[in-house]
Ligand binder design. Structure first.
Ligand code: ADP
Length: 282
């Protein structure tokens, strides 16, 4: 399968309040079209920084690796490419808190996805062509929400709002969906619907998913590949089903108690896990 995203030996260092933090350390990843990749790791391991780097919101360190999206360079050597705006159209980003405008109806929230081409007056006055509205309805149909197009966004459930956010990514023609904890604030049933919508889109349209997830069972069920980060470095990159309880114990350390586990990965606090160390990916 062809690569939609290639990241080569990426580093990101933050300097703040006299403190230096290496958020990403020699990260190299290649993702094929239609893959669903879960980013795992304890809080502070670099998942959000990686997501932000992939969509060009974070510029990687000078002298550090390049990022290629669908064959086009988005950033390299500490610089964003000149046509970063065009390349960004191929990437949709969704967040834990959905980021919809509650006062606007659902269809306008979706149309905001094509707003880089619009000015604020056109958005507020809803100056959208019939063709643009048809595209928005089509995107809503793909996430199963066409019937809600003219309803205020605030009247939708959390899971429905997240699907509107996915439709907003689709309307701009995104082939890659980046998601930062997309189901963290949803109940299990809404999480299931959101993840099933994404799986459906990846199977039907070849949409690629790269998502940070705090819920290990969700990662195992919906993502065939996991990339685990520890202090900014990739320490596991392989099939989700190969993750073991011992690996997760090593990965999350004392954060493990906050994680949602399933029966395969349940831990007793009294048991000391003496499993293999994490596979270190070179
Ligand atoms: P995660 O998403 O896995 O919780 P992050 O990518 O948010 O991790 O953070 C990785 C590390 O980089 C953390 O130590 C965090 O404090 C640091 N970091 C992230 N963003 C900034 C920033 N803008 N300035 C300084 N440090 C940052």
């Amino acid at each position: 399968m062809s690569s939609v995203m290639t990241l080569k030996v990426a580093n990101k260092t933050f300097f703040s309040n006299g403190k230096k933090t290496q958020a990403l350390c020699n990260v190299a990843i290649d993702v094929a079209a239609g893959e669903r990749v879960a980013l795992l790791g304890a809080s502070g391991s670099g998942k959000s920084t990686l997501i932000r780097a992939i969509c060009g919101l974070e510029v990687l360190d000078k002298g550090s690796g390049e990022l290629i999206i669908n064959g086009r360079e988005l950033q390299c050597n500490g610089h964003l490419s000149k046509n970063v705006r065009h390349i960004r159209n191929e990437i949709g980003v969704i967040f834990q808190q959905f980021n919809l405008v509650n006062q606007l109806d659902v269809i306008t929230n979706v149309l905001i996805g094509i707003c880089p081409q619009k000015n604020i007056f056109e958005i507020v006055c809803r100056h959208f062509s019939l063709e643009e509205k048809a595209k928005a309805l089509d995107a809503l149909d793909k996430v199963g929400l066409a019937d809600f197009a003219y309803q205020r966004s605030s009247t939708l459930s959390g899971g429905q709002q997240q699907r509107v956010a996915i439709a907003r990514a689709l309307i701009k023609g995104a082939s890659i969906l980046l998601a930062d904890e997309p189901v963290a604030s949803l109940d299990p049933e809404s999480s299931r619907k959101v993840m099933e919508t994404i799986v459906n889109l990846s199977q039907k349209l070849g949409l690629t998913l790269i998502t940070s997830l705090h819920q290990i069972p969700v990662a195992k069920k919906y993502c065939e590949r996991a990339i685990a980060l520890n202090k900014g470095a990739v320490v596991f990159d392989g099939p989700t089903k190969e993750l073991t309880a011992a690996m997760l114990a090593n990965l999350y350390g004392s954060d493990l108690e906050d994680l949602e586990m399933d029966d395969d990965f349940s831990f007793s606090k009294d048991v000391v896990i003496l499993g293999p160390k994490l596979t270190v990916v070179q």
